[in-house]
Design a protein around this ligand. Structure first.
Ligand code: NIG
Ligand code: FE
Length: 413
């Protein structure tokens, strides 16, 4: 299948040949663009692009999309989601608005443990059906590559069920999907006083099956007071690594416990959240191979301070933006909103936010060699906007849908 986009007002996010490395420092703001451009897609890949006076001739009209007044940018690469879950938690949201405490909400049926109870009671087919609908919504909002975590099972069967659902999504969908094992999301009630017992269940009963059946690429741990200590986080990450999984850590969300520094020391692909950063944590990411993934919609929803994006960028850290889509702290998969929040609340420039949500998001899933930018040979996953005046208009006019078409791997969704 061939598609020629012509008269593109601005073609943005053109790869400047940095390979699969994330952009950092002042490079994050650099965005190569062509005004009045063409872009050719053949089968699943970008075949070429250039200024309109060099457009290829002879493409049948039925395969041509006129993009006059429109922008074309790479599709979003959302590197942190919990898209597989059983039920939404808006009742808990209302309780929080009314001032109920965490303990009161947990007692009434909120929190991770209650999501786990619902998930364990749901059939694999029903979980898949619901996750599939959410994945289509994410794709319609411009996401073409996505990482999805387990972590609402917290039992051997529940965790494996989630990972099998992610595998089915990957098999059926055109989106590129990476799977992360987050068995260390919370201690199940039965193991509240027996951390050793649950850690051994992860090490001896979950990880060997996940490794044998190739059910995940990454291992994640929620390193936080009341969840997994720094020592427990290191232990679970090392167990994952021994089974061929690379770490991606939930770090420094509510408190700074050294999880960012641990992730860097372990060679984690990313450390994610980063609402609670001190100078040592920021410095540890400078020139590190580990990407700092910022989740502004989780900070927004929980009324937390936003992540220190400017300090991280200016210090030279590589950062990505992701949605953290989950029923408890970020019930939205909309990366357009994430990009707008990053600009409005974290003072990222539009170019920085778009690069962080595309190429650097791809790098945080080890996909940057074929996703996240406009480059011949890369997967043709792109967003064509409605007629808009400029790139900056996208985050500026937040809350409106600026997307006219989304192409995922060469096909419109
Ligand atoms: O990334 N921080 C931990 N986990 C999720 C929220 C989990 C939940 O409340 O269901 C997060 O924010
Ligand atoms: Fe998360």
């Amino acid at each position: 299948m061939t598609t020629l986009f012509r008269n593109i007002r601005i073609l943005a996010g053109i790869d400047r040949g940095i390979g699969d490395q994330p952009l950092r420092g002042s490079d994050l703001a650099k965005m190569t663009v062509i005004e009045n451009a063409w872009l050719l897609v053949e089968d699943k890949v970008i075949a070429g692009f250039g200024p309109m006076d060099t457009a290829p001739a002879g493409i049948p009209e039925k395969d041509v999309v006129d993009a006059t007044g429109r922008l074309v940018i790479p599709a979003w690469c959302d590197s942190h989601t919990h898209l597989v879950f059983a039920e939404s938690r808006e009742h808990e949201f209302i309780d929080k608005l009314k001032g109920l405490t965490y303990a009161e909400i947990a007692a009434k049926g909120g929190g991770i443990l209650n999501s786990a109870a619902k998930l364990n009671a749901m059939s694999e087919d029903e979980l898949f059906r619901l996750a599939w609908i959410r994945l289509q919504e994410a794709a319609k909002s411009g996401t073409a590559a996505i990482e999805i975590k387990s972590g609402y099972g917290l039992t051997v069967e529940g965790e494996l069920k989630m990972l099998r659902v992610i595998r089915r999504l990957r098999e059926k969908s055109r989106l590129t999907i990476k799977a992360t094992f987050l068995g260390a999301h919370a201690y199940p009630a039965a193991f509240k006083q027996d951390h050793e017992g649950y850690l051994r269940m992860i090490e001896e009963e979950m990880l060997p099956v996940i490794a044998t059946d190739h059910l995940a690429e990454y291992i994640d741990v929620f390193c936080e007071a009341g969840f997994f200590s720094l020592e427990e986080t290191e232990r679970v990450c090392r167990a994952g690594m021994a089974n061929g999984l690379k770490p991606k850590i939930h770090a420094n969300q509510l408190s700074h416990m050294g999880a960012v520094e641990l992730g860097v020391a372990l060679g984690a692909v990313s450390v994610d959240h980063l609402e609670s950063m001190d100078e040592a944590a920021i410095q540890s990411l400078v020139n590190a191979g580990t990407i700092g993934t910022l989740l502004p919609s989780a900070a927004f929803f929980l009324r937390m301070p936003f992540q220190p994006a400017r300090q991280l960028i200016d210090a030279g850290a590589a950062i990505a933006l992701a949605s953290d889509f989950n029923p408890g702290s970020s019930p939205s998969s909309n990366m357009n909103l994430v990009v707008a929040m990053a600009c409005i609340q974290m003072k990222m420039l539009p170019e920085e936010a778009i690069n962080a949500a595309t190429l650097n998001g791809a790098a945080a899933m080890e996909l940057a060699s074929d996703h996240g930018s406009i480059k011949p040979g890369k997967i043709a996953s792109i967003i064509m906007t409605r007629p808009v005046p400029s790139l900056a208009y996208l985050p500026y006019a937040f809350g409106s849908n600026h997307i006219e078409k989304v192409m995922v791997a060469g096909e419109f969704v």
